[in-house]
Design a protein around this ligand. Structure first.
Ligand SMILES: [Zn+2]
Ligand SMILES: [Zn+2]
Length: 450
């Protein structure tokens, strides 16, 4: 068995995948990741290697001038026939919803054998969904190192005005030309860094959950993300000066995060409580109750909030008496009422139905988790020391680069943060920092720290 952490990213994309000591076989559908200055020139070669004869090129009014035109020129020069669709300019950003996917499918030329997305988050997600529906592979020419969904096998969509994750397939190739990426808007560079800094929390929570709930964990997959994150940290000071090494390290880290999620078959290596802050704020924004920001910007703020919680968790001595008093006082009816307030009628009903299956609130399950938390508290403190940088270090880095740090910096209130913390453990069966605090009877008290 290979030690992944020593392999270059292209070697990790081996079609046969890898048998791992964790007992699983790891693989990804991504076949090519071309990164660097002039990477775009390799597009015709990549298409030929993949036997793609006629791509359907998808761009919008922002990505077309920075990369779309060049893509079409390269295809023409290489005598590769293609069809194309450009989303028309509109006053607001394209939303990844039925209309956006429908527009693609209506314009699709059935003679095309692949979709080639020219863009970042939304265009990539819409192309993944359309490609799946049309039974074609998708490829991406990245225009911004802004989020870690490039290599993931799910698309973050809006369906019936509700945010959903649709599982389909990851792109077969990602082409990331540094000279294009470095022209990305400032906010998108910040968002990419925010989405990477999140991984400190993701890895820490993954290990804690493994200890407390015996959830599957692979040290090799975690090491991949940890390695990518340390390269991002090393070059981050040059990011807003648009230094090539900084841009490349973020892009590589984001793609590596997607590969790690495919390897693990779960989002754990790249998403934890910091992402739940963002999810809950997005859900609020969809209900018209909060102001939306870029995913990675929200996740960056969520990372600061979570690291702040850990500054206090480091000092915490868990009390069995407090935890048991909290579970005795727990009222399912009050919990359901809170869900209605936090998420609205429809979402609350779904979460209540989900809890009937998952039983996160079941006192017996709680007792088991509490037992393990108390037994392993020293190990948990050790994991925190190993995985998490001090809050001040991350704040200094983010502040130096102009990233938003607090909910107030992105038009949200401390109350939005407190509600997101309280609601986070209820939206999926994932053991988060908030789940741990709930188990310890500390969750309500800890809302004071966000
Ligand atoms: Zn493994
Ligand atoms: Zn993310």
């Amino acid at each position: 068995m290979e030690d992944f952490a020593t392999l270059a990213i292209q070697e990790l994309l081996h079609p046969e995948g890898f048998d791992c000591a964790c007992g699983r076989h790891h693989g990804t559908g991504l076949r090519h990741f071309i990164l660097g200055n002039g990477a775009l020139e390799q597009l015709p070669r990549v298409l030929q290697t993949m036997s793609i004869r006629r791509p359907f090129v998808v761009s919008d009014s922002h990505t077309d001038p920075v990369a779309g035109e060049k893509v079409r020129m390269l295809l023409l020069a290489a005598a590769i026939p293609f069809a194309s669709y450009r989303y028309p300019p509109r006053p607001h950003a394209i939303e990844p919803d039925e209309a956006a996917v429908g527009a693609l499918c209506m314009a699709f030329d059935p003679a095309c054998d692949a979709l080639l997305a020219v863009g970042s988050g939304v265009i990539n997600d819409c192309c993944k969904v359309a490609a799946h529906a049309l039974g074609r592979p998708s490829l991406v020419v990245a225009t911004a190192p802004s989020m870690d969904g490039y290599a993931s096998d799910n698309a973050s969509m809006i369906q019936n005005r509700v945010k959903v994750s649709l599982y389909n397939a990851c792109p077969v190739a990602i082409i990331a030309d540094t000279s294009i990426l470095r022209q990305a808007p400032e906010a998108m560079l910040m968002a990419g860094l925010g989405d990477m800094l999140a991984k400190y929390v993701s890895l820490c929570e993954w290990r804690i959950s493994h200890l407390v709930t015996e959830e599957y964990y692979c040290p090799q997959v975690a090491a991949l993300v940890r390695g990518a994150l340390s390269r991002v940290r090393e070059y981050a000071p040059g990011l807003m000066r648009r230094e090539g090494a900084a841009i490349d390290s973020v892009m590589e880290g984001l793609v590596m995060s997607g590969v790690a999620m495919s390897f693990a078959g779960i989002s754990r290596p790249a998403s934890g409580l910091e992402h739940y802050f963002s999810h809950l704020w997005e859900m609020k924004a969809l209900r018209g109750l909060a102001q939306p920001s870029l995913h990675g910007i929200q996740v960056g703020v969520g990372t600061c909030l979570t690291l702040k919680l850990y500054e206090h968790i480091r000092q915490l001595t868990p009390s069995r008496a407090k935890a048991e008093a909290a579970i005795r006082a727990f009222s399912p009816a009050a919990w359901e009422r809170d869900l209605h307030t936090l998420f609205g009628e429809d979402a609350a009903q779904k979460l209540i139905a989900q809890e009937a299956v998952e039983k996160k609130n079941d006192p017996q399950k709680h007792a088991l988790r509490l037992q393990r938390l108390l037994e392993h508290w020293e190990d948990i403190r050790q994991i925190i020391r190993e995985e998490l940088p001090p809050l001040a270090e991350i704040v200094t880095l983010m502040q130096g680069l102009g990233l938003p740090l607090k909910p107030e910096d992105i038009g949200l209130t401390p109350r939005d943060a407190a509600e997101a913390l309280l609601g986070s453990r209820s939206i999926r069966d994932k053991y988060l920092t908030s789940s741990m605090l709930w188990d310890l009877g500390e969750l309500e008290d800890f809302t004071a720290y966000v």
